[in-house]
Design a protein around this ligand. Structure first.
Ligand code: FES
Ligand code: FES
Length: 161
C-alpha cells in the first residue's frame, strides 16, 4: 500500500491505496464519492470522468498513486445541497437523463468544455463529448442540454465552483 494526500472537491484527503488501484476505485470505495460511475473500466465510456488539476480525465485510467499532491474535482462538487448547478439543471430540463449512468461523466465533461469555450458550436459540443457514451438518449437531448447550459452560464457568468 502507498499513502497519498490528494485534494478532492476542495478537501484534503489522506488515504492508503494499492499499487494497481485506479483513482476511480479510490474515489468510490475509499473516499465515499460514488458519483463517478464505473461502466467499462477501460477508458472507453467516459462515465468516470473527473477533473485532475483541471484537466478532464477518465478516473478508471489514472493510477491512484499518481495523484499524490494533486487536485481532483468530481461531480459531487457541483450541486449546492439540493440546488443543482446550471449544467445538471439543463440535463434534467431537456430530458437528457434516462438511466443516468452516463450523466455524471457528461456533466463533468460539459463543465470542462464550457470553461474553455463558453459558446461552443454544435460540432465543438459533439467533439468534446465524443468520449462519453450514452446508451439511452441518442445524444440529441444531451447536445441540447449543453447548449442550454452554455446559454444560462453565458447569461449569468460561468459558475465553476
Ligand atoms: S469507466 Fe472509465 S471510461 Fe468507462
Ligand atoms: S442516460 Fe442511460 S446511458 Fe445515458
Amino acid at each position: 500500500m502507498t499513502r497519498i494526500t490528494v485534494t478532492v472537491n476542495g478537501a484534503r484527503e489522506e488515504t492508503a491505496v494499492e499499487a494497481h488501484e485506479s483513482l476511480l476505485t479510490t474515489l468510490r470505495e475509499r473516499l465515499g464519492l460514488p458519483g463517478s460511475k464505473n461502466a467499462c473500466e477501460q477508458g472507453e465510456c467516459g462515465s468516470c470522468s473527473v477533473l485532475l488539476d483541471d484537466v478532464l480525465v477518465c478516473a478508471c485510467l489514472v493510477l491512484a498513486a499518481s495523484v499524490d499532491g494533486r487536485e481532483v474535482r468530481t461531480v459531487e462538487s457541483l450541486a449546492d445541497g439540493s440546488a443543482l448547478d446550471p449544467v445538471q439543471r439543463a440535463f434534467v430540463e431537456t430530458g437528457a437523463v434516462q438511466c443516468g449512468f452516463c450523466t455524471p461523466g457528461l456533466v463533468v465533461a460539459t463543465h470542462a468544455l464550457l470553461r474553455e469555450n463558453p459558446e461552443p458550436s454544435l460540432a465543438e459540443i459533439r467533439e468534446a463529448l465524443s468520449g462519453n457514451l450514452c446508451r439511452c438518449t441518442g445524444y440529441g437531448q444531451i447536445v441540447e442540454a449543453v447548449q442550454r447550459a452554455a446559454k444560462t452560464m453565458y447569461l449569468h457568468g460561468l459558475d465553476d465552483e
